[in-house]
Design a protein around this ligand. Structure first.
Ligand code: J2J
Length: 539
């Protein structure tokens, strides 16, 4: 099995420890300590569960013992595909306790993605919910196990079918549980937005990740009285750690798991649980602003609405305070590390017009032109970053590492930003070619490959188009091979390949040929840009 690592050069690691960012905390120790300090305080609320911190720890201990008794071992990688239910937390804390490595998949992922994660991580376990949003995950698990026979155990929250139910894990012996991990070890694998091809796996350590959400919880003003609503799928880095469910638990707050981010479901939970803070992507924030005007639910407990994952336009941002009566916090982050926040007491103008400033004084930010030289202050350029919670490399992916990191360890974010005189970043666009569809990042290349596998497709180029509701939608320009296939049939084809639904092109435009310049070859990137430009001009 490929060893997991995430290594900062010694001088950096020493500095991050000396400055108090890395404090040697680990996930198992964090929960154990809080189970004592906040024993009877509610930790997590779901549809039918209300677990205190002591109960959450007990569940995690039992599951940890059960997974070991089942035959999984410390060091094993386990794909976790769970929706927003309290078991998400008992399961991942159990994996941390048993020194197994969660690999986070989204509920929307299907066989192509899960097989890719399982293979790349060399997973031996897979944990699913029986169902979510009308989808039965057990046939998916069967398909994944056929393709990846190394998966020895599938555990199901709910009715297990041919697998093992979480509630029916064998009894484990407490003394078999391993000692706590070293804080510099990799705690889990997060998935990247996948700007080129398939998602990459992001190894995060106890030290670096706990620093990022501990500092985030402080920036977001979380206390044991706070109530955090997990509205977006918690496998996403944003609701997981900015400050997310982990930041909330670190602060002793109450986490409320919302099965859906829709206003109908979330507003009722806000009123019932007196939610004080939650995070959304821009399209959902727009929906909430619309729905807030006519809701019967009391939303007055809400103090902070975080918006991030994609650009939130200033016109919409300005409406948050008057409409919801709470503070907007813009969040510009990435699963690879760097997270920026507007601060709660910033002037309104900064809050509505920037995407915040970094968490850490030791987040190094470079804004460079295409030649790699710093741009003049205040001008847009490519954002590169390095710091105490930004990775130095992906798991087992030399090609991506060579592209995405400089020799001195800076991560090339692919984002184009400018820095204001106050030191805040404003996102201007991006240099990479993915589609940011309501915060879900889709690789153009990945979808083009699936389209090309259709016998009626000669060539395909996938681009992002501006969309009133989604921010961006995906559009595939397709040159047919022979008789033109139906757009609906092409969409069905992509879906049937076993991909997350959000990756199916929103729109398909058939063209006779792709323009090539007089010089001959154009890069895929230039081709996509020119198709987008011509389409928008003709619209
Ligand atoms: C514009 N683009 C943004 C923003 C992210 C907190 C918040 C978000 C993420 C996330 C995250 C943006 N305005 N406010 O992990 O901890 C785009 C950028 C960025 C990419 C990262 C977190 N906030 N983006 O969205 O790994 O292009 O993380 O590089 O999913 O989303 O995507 P992801």
């Amino acid at each position: 099995m490929k060893p997991l690592s995430q290594v900062w050069p010694a001088e950096f690691a020493e500095r991050y420890r000396a400055r108090g960012y890395w404090r040697g905390e680990t996930f198992p120790a964090m929960l154990r300590e809080r189970a004592v300090r906040f024993a009877d305080h509610l930790a997590v609320v779901g549809a039918d569960q209300r677990w205190t911190y002591a109960e959450l720890e007990r569940h995690a201990e039992r599951i940890a013992g059960g997974l070991l008794a089942l035959g999984l071992a410390p060091g094993d990688r386990v794909v976790v595909q769970l929706p927003n239910i309290p078991e998400f937390l008992s399961v991942v804390f159990a994996l941390f306790r048993a020194r197994m490595i969660p690999v986070y998949a989204l509920p929307a992922h299907r066989s192509v993605e899960i097989v890719h994660f399982a293979r790349t991580a060399e997973a031996r376990g897979y944990i699913i919910a029986e169902r979510h949003d009308g989808f039965d995950y057990r046939p998916l698990a069967q398909e994944v196990c056929r393709e990846v026979p190394e998966i020895a155990h599938v555990v199901v929250v709910g009715e297990a079918g041919p697998f093992t139910a979480l509630d029916a894990l064998p009894e484990g012996a407490a003394e078999k549980l391993p000692a706590d991990p070293d804080p510099s070890e990799v705690a889990f694998l997060q998935i990247s937005g996948g700007s080129t091809g398939l998602s990459k796996l992001i190894p995060r350590t106890h030290d670096d990740y706990i620093y990022s959400f501990r500092a985030s919880a402080e920036i977001c003003g979380l206390t044991p009285e706070s109530v955090y609503l997990a509205a977006l799928p918690v496998a996403h880095n944003f609701p997981m750690s900015s400050p997310g469910v982990f930041g909330a638990l670190h602060a002793g707050s109450k986490v409320v798991m919302s099965p859906s981010p829709s206003p109908e479901v979330a507003f009722e939970l806000i009123a019932r649980e007196k939610v004080t803070i939650t995070g959304l992507v821009p399209p959902l924030a727009l929906l909430w602003l619309q729905a807030a005007g006519r809701t019967q639910h009391d939303l007055s407990s809400l103090e902070v609405l975080q918006v991030g994952g994609a650009k939130f336009m200033p016109e919409a941002a300005r409406r948050v305070r008057p409409t919801l009566g709470c503070t907007l916090q813009q969040v510009f982050g990435m699963a690879e590390g760097l997270v920026n926040y507007t601060r709660l007491d910033d002037p309104e103008e900064i809050i509505v017009s920037t995407q915040g400033r970094p968490i850490s004084p030791d987040d190094e930010v470079l804004i460079l032109d295409d030649a790699g030289d710093p741009v003049p202050e205040g001008e847009p350029g490519n954002l590169l970053t390095r710091g105490p919670y930004t990775i130095r490399g992906y798991h087992n992916n030399d090609g991506a590492n060579a592209r995405s990191f400089t020799a001195d360890g800076f991560y090339r974010t692919g984002d184009v930003v400018l820095r204001t005189p106050e030191g805040y970043l404003a996102v201007q666009g991006r240099a990479t070619d993915h589609i940011n569809r309501a915060g879900e990042k889709i690789s153009a290349e990945e979808i083009e490959d699936h389209l090309l596998s259709h016998p009626g497709v000669f060539d395909a180029a996938v681009v992002s188009l501006p969309d009133e509701y989604l921010g961006e939608r995906s559009c595939a320009f397709v040159i047919p091979d022979g008789e033109k296939p139906k757009a609906a049939a092409l969409k069905a084809w992509v879906r049937a390949r076993g991909l997350a639904d959000f990756k199916v092109p929103d729109q398909i435009v058939f063209v006779d040929a792709f323009e090539t310049t007089a010089v001959g070859k154009v890069s895929r990137k230039e081709l996509r840009a020119s198709l987008r430009r011509r389409f928008l001009e003709s619209a």
